[in-house]
Design a protein around this ligand. Sequence first.
Ligand SMILES: Nc1ncnc2c1ncn2[C@@H]1O[C@H](COP(=O)(O)OP(=O)(O)OP(=O)(O)O)[C@@H](O)[C@H]1O
Ligand SMILES: [Mg+2]
Length: 470
Amino acid sequence: MAVKKITKRWIFNSFGVILVILIALEMVISFSIKDYYYGSAERVVYSQAETVSGLLSKYYSEGTGDYEDYFRGIVTSFEKRNIMELMVISENGKIALTSSGFLPNEDSLTPDCFEAEKSLEKTAEYIGKVNGEKVLSVTVVPEGSTENFSAFRIVTSLEKVDSQISILIIGSSVICAAIIFFVAVSGSFFMNSIVKPVGEIGEAAKKIAEGDFNAKIVKNTDDEIGDLCDTINYMADELGATERMKNDFISSVSHELRTPLTAIKGWAEMLEDSSKDDSIDSATLQRGMGVIIGETERLSVMVEELLDFSRLQSGRMVLQPMKLDIIAELSEAVLTFEQRAIREKKDLIYNENDDIIAVTGDKNRLRQVFVNIIDNALKYSDEGGSVTISTLRSENGFVDIVVKDTGIGIPAEQLEKVKTKFFKGNATRRGSGIGLAVADEIIRMHGGEILLDSVEGEGTTVTIRLPIDK
Ligand SMILES: Nc1ncnc2c1ncn2[C@@H]1O[C@H](COP(=O)(O)OP(=O)(O)OP(=O)(O)O)[C@@H](O)[C@H]1O
Ligand SMILES: [Mg+2]
């Protein structure tokens, strides 16, 4: 599941990296502390060794008295006796003299005491345990040493230094552990703030996918996740609306199909009955056949419209473009409405343009658009209303076909939606709500657009804008 993967990724990528860096840092700090403290201890011991060596070389250059006495004098007056010990070692590896006055046994002689003689610099160092105590020992073999005074050695305890180092290392480790702890706690809070809502979003999206468009996600934060919640809620609303529109569409289409079918069936039954006893006169027969043919025509137009719609939806609609005079096409479309306008007692005013305006387009599809728009204009106006059709050639290479009616108008809040499929703003008039959607798509395929302008109760102006051939 996504939740586990995100947490895992965070552990590996973020937390893991911090952990490794801190551990490495802690190791570097520990080594540096140890290096620094041991280095300091060595510097102090070596500087004392140098002082003693210096005093001995002074004896060689100008000394007159007894060498051993002189050396004994240096040892007994050794200044740093409180923190380190100066010892004299005899040739046979015995401790001859110490600055503390106390002679330890031979066990306390560390390897440096024997290595100094052999080494090139006549100096050797040792860090390690002596009788359970950690010490730093430096042995120097001076020039002109005698049998009893063959080398001197300076020893200092490292116990205090070690405990100091331990305190610092423990302290820095505690700080590192605290950092890791805070990173873990704040990180897990942060992860929860992502992982939990993501899980909820996933659940809600699943419900929506299963068709429950009322599933809502509660938005808790005002960040990208909050935005995602908003988007998904919006998506659910839109899907719900589309679903409702689709259901309405099915019921209105069924209704539309049933009306002509009822008329056809009624007339057919009537004709059948009267043909049995020859009671029908030819005028009634004519009327009946007229209704049947007319309604069948209407049904096939409707089915054709539905098929067009489904072709548009699946992108299967292909235009058959040719060069045509758009005014001629419009005039023909208007002509088909003349009878209907008279029948419905509406004024159909056509301001025919005398120009020839050449447009490349699909003749039948463009005719279909004009028919749709003029049909709407008539359908949504009442008796006594008027529909005015005019054309306008604009300077920037477009022609505007304007269909203006004095009908019921479109409420402002519906204006944006009327071009969407299945949208029917007015339940009192017949229609399936796909006419404008189809028209809009066809005009768009021609590189044009349909503009709507309407005032509720006053009327609607629909402008079909098409590019003119150059
Ligand atoms: N001239 C107009 N005056 C008022 N309302 C209009 C006009 N043209 C369109 N509408 C509104 O826009 C909606 C969508 O129009 P559209 O042509 O797509 O569908 P329809 O006319 O209801 O059905 P169909 O055209 O598929 O038979 C209409 O239901 C109506 O509410
Ligand atoms: Mg329509």
